[in-house]
Design a protein around this ligand. Structure first.
Ligand code: S3P
Ligand code: PEP
Length: 457
């Protein structure tokens, strides 16, 4: 029997809360994969625990990597990762995780036997063609153009041309394993612009921090020399994209939300929230003040690893962090924004825009049709179901102000749709989110954290 819909809590007063977020999905899954490919045992601290991260852990174990928890809590875990010979004969469940279905196949191609992949029903619809074709031209054999498929190798590497306009993960996936291919890999993108550039920068930075030579000097070309990937001890930053719905609550309720440990410098696209929320009427500041314990919201775990007791930070981990403080007035201004580089923020920005007093236009995100669901269609359908006025365009959404009413907000198994419903529910009584449990993809404790933010625990 399906779980009952989640009645999204309405905020009756301005929210005042400090919200501590677990680790970034994108950094966690890159760090684990690189550790599995490294030249010796390494450590990944404050790794996220979530469905996508669990799927990555299971995939790496199936391929012969040993992952042992050194310290764990409900929301995060410090992993000791010991690489092993890459084992064939494995079956990998990618779930609905882009980082598993695009990052693991290049590693699996190096296994000593065939490796099969499958995922959730919708995962079979997510674009895979360009990365599978690229792996073929580098020497792998693959029996399909999407999930499910079986891959065998080994690929020797070399030069490949692909169209990565559908997903930056095609580039990141090849880059992460490229140094382990005999000839390395040169990737040349041909086609409309590649989205999510910060995620590619994240990949390049993490590779360089592991001693891999990456030349990205020529636009849309990435060259990775063959060589070892150094084992590291790194600490994962908090997930700034998952900060989005919580920070949205400050705008929607005219309150203040503080996120501790916001990195001074990061490749996470969530950092763009500072500018986006300012444009929508928030005041955004950084402060080094410690969180007030009584107001603090963190995933329910008494043993949580706090950034303060972690080991020395790596390049990717924050060398300097501060609190990010977002304050709203309750009045929201619409926005005209190209979210091409930060597409995963779109559902939250659209939810805030649906509550604004002026129209919004979101552009540059046609690739969102290949995400967990067609996010443009899903956002338009669900906001309009609540009485909204949202129009899909070729590459985005037009969102015009209109009073909303309660009703069911479908999540389409998309964590960011579910949290978008929660944001709207803050201001609109009677919103019920279908399948709120899908937030487990990247933030299993979303419901508890949301309730705690609203002061109802
Ligand atoms: O590499 C990554 O970790 C990600 C890249 C982006 O994918 P797309 O380029 O497909 O949007 C982003 O949307 C996704 O959530 C995570
Ligand atoms: C697009 C997303 O995820 P994935 O890594 O599965 O592509 C996302 O988290 O918004």
């Amino acid at each position: 029997m399906p779980a009952p819909h989640w009645p999204a809590p309405t905020a009756t007063t301005p929210v005042t809360a400090t919200v501590t977020l677990p680790g970034s999905k994108s950094v966690t899954n890159r760090a684990l994969l690189l550790a599995a490919l490294a030249d010796g045992p390494g450590v990944v601290r404050q790794a996220l625990r979530s469905r996508d991260a669990d799927l990555m852990v299971a995939a790496l174990r199936a391929l012969g990597t040993t992952l042992e928890p050194m310290r764990e809590s409900a929301a995060s875990v410090d992993w000791r990762v010991t690489p092993g010979p890459i084992r064939g004969g494995a079956h990998i469940d990618a779930g609905l995780a882009g980082t598993v279905m695009r990052f693991v196949p290049p590693m699996a191609a190096l296994a000593d036997g065939p490796v099969s992949f499958d995922g959730d029903p919708h995962a079979r619809k997510r674009p895979m063609g360009p990365i599978l074709d690229a792996l073929r031209s580098l020497g792998a054999r693959i029996d399909n153009d999407a999930l499910p498929f079986t891959i065998s190798g080994p690929p020797v590497g070399g030069e490949v041309t692909l169209d990565a306009s559908g997903s930056s993960q095609f580039v990141s996936g090849l880059l992460l394993t490229a140094a382990r291919f005999e000839k390395g890999v040169t990737i040349r993108h041909v086609g409309p612009p590649v989205p999510s550039q910060p995620h590619i920068e994240m990949t390049v930075e993490m590779l360089r921090a592991a001693g891999v030579a990456v030349d990205d000097g020529e636009p849309e070309v990435w060259r990775v020399a063959p060589g070892p990937i150094a084992a590291r001890d790194l600490t994962v930053e908090p997930d700034l994209s998952n900060a989005a719905p919580f920070l949205a609550a400050a705008l929607v309720t005219g309150g203040t939300v503080t996120i501790p440990a916001w990195p001074a410098r990061t490749t996470q696209p969530g950092d763009a929230l500072r500018g986006l929320l300012t444009a929508m009427g928030a005041t955004v500041t950084r402060s080094s003040a410690a969180a007030t314990p009584s107001e603090s919201v963190s995933p329910a775990d008494s043993k949580a690893v706090s950034p303060a007791d972690s080991e020395p930070a790596s390049l990717v981990a924050s060398e300097a962090v501060s609190d990010l403080v977002v304050t709203g007035t309750g009045e929201i201004t619409g926005i005209d924004a190209d979210l091409h580089e930060v597409g995963e923020l779109t559902p939250t920005i659209a939810a805030i825009a649906a509550l604004a007093s002026t129209p919004s236009r979101i552009r540059g995100v046609s690739h969102l049709r290949g995400h967990e669901t067609d996010r443009l269609a899903a956002l338009a359908t669900e906001i309009n179901r609540l009485g909204g006025d949202v129009e899909e365009t070729d590459d985005g959404l037009l969102i015009r102000p209109r009073p909303l009413h309660g009703g069911t907000f479908h999540s389409y198994d998309d964590h960011r749709m579910a949290t978008a419903g929660a944001v709207i529910g803050l201001a609109v009584p009677g919103v019920e989110v279908e399948n709120i449990a899908t937030t487990a993809k990247t933030l299993p404790e979303f419901v508890q954290m949301w309730a705690a933010m609203l002061g109802s625990r």
